[in-house]
Design a protein around this ligand. Sequence first.
Ligand code: SAM
Length: 259
Amino acid sequence: MSSPPEDEKGSLRRRYTAADLGVLTRGELSRFAPGGDCDPRADVTLAWELLYRLEPELYDRLVTAERLHPGVLGWLPRDADRIVEVGAGAGRLTLELVGRAREVVAVEPAAPLRQILERKLAEAEHGDRARVIPGFFDDLPVASGCADLVVACSALTPAAGHGGQAGLAEMERACRPGGRVAIVWPNHLGWLAAHGYEYVCFAGPMAAEFASHAEAVELARIFYPRAVAEVRRRGQRRVPYDVLGINPPRDLAFKKVPA
Ligand SMILES: C[S@@+](CC[C@H](N)C(=O)[O-])C[C@H]1O[C@@H](n2cnc3c(N)ncnc32)[C@H](O)[C@@H]1O
């Protein structure tokens, strides 16, 4: 086997092995490693799932730096009855939602991320309005038509294990007639457009805001290995997204569920 390129050593792609798959529950395995013999070094989405469970605080350090564009937050309802968020993670969006609804239901499969989210909610204003529950896109543990907004941020993809067609249908089932389903920071615009989703993108420069320059370099080594040299050279804790090589979290796709 050839050795990995220099910029990939220490990266998320090299961080875990198949021996780590034991951390996944049966329901998680069936969605994230359906073939049984999956390798997180060959499947980076599987490596992310292992990160959420094995090093959730490391993941939380990353998302703390990657804040959503104010335009996305401004688009969200301010006075909803109930909001359901799916794939809530460590709460990047959830913490923004709790002041906007009588109840927020945060669905998250990874138990260690649920623990971080619960800890943050306990410290947050209006955090008592949120319920954090386990669940998956394709089998949402909520009643039909229960929410004014059903939303996912950087979580839903067309792949069946990460939502897919069934996940989109479940989100729409959970939404009340006249309510909205929103996919924040979407990755597959054509797929969403084909399912009747409109696209909104907010302008302006955006940068990831790491706690320090040292933190920016350390996290880039793991998550953005190709950007490490430039992150180090710039000597700043703020790193524009084009340096990291990803789209900024400045957009969303949404659909109004027919009344
Ligand atoms: C990149 S993280 C985003 C977390 C959070 N929404 C945020 O923006 O910080 C993706 C999230 O989707 C969750 N996830 C992955 N597959 C899922 C599935 N099939 N059903 C529900 N959530 C899922 C993961 O556990 C993780 O919390």
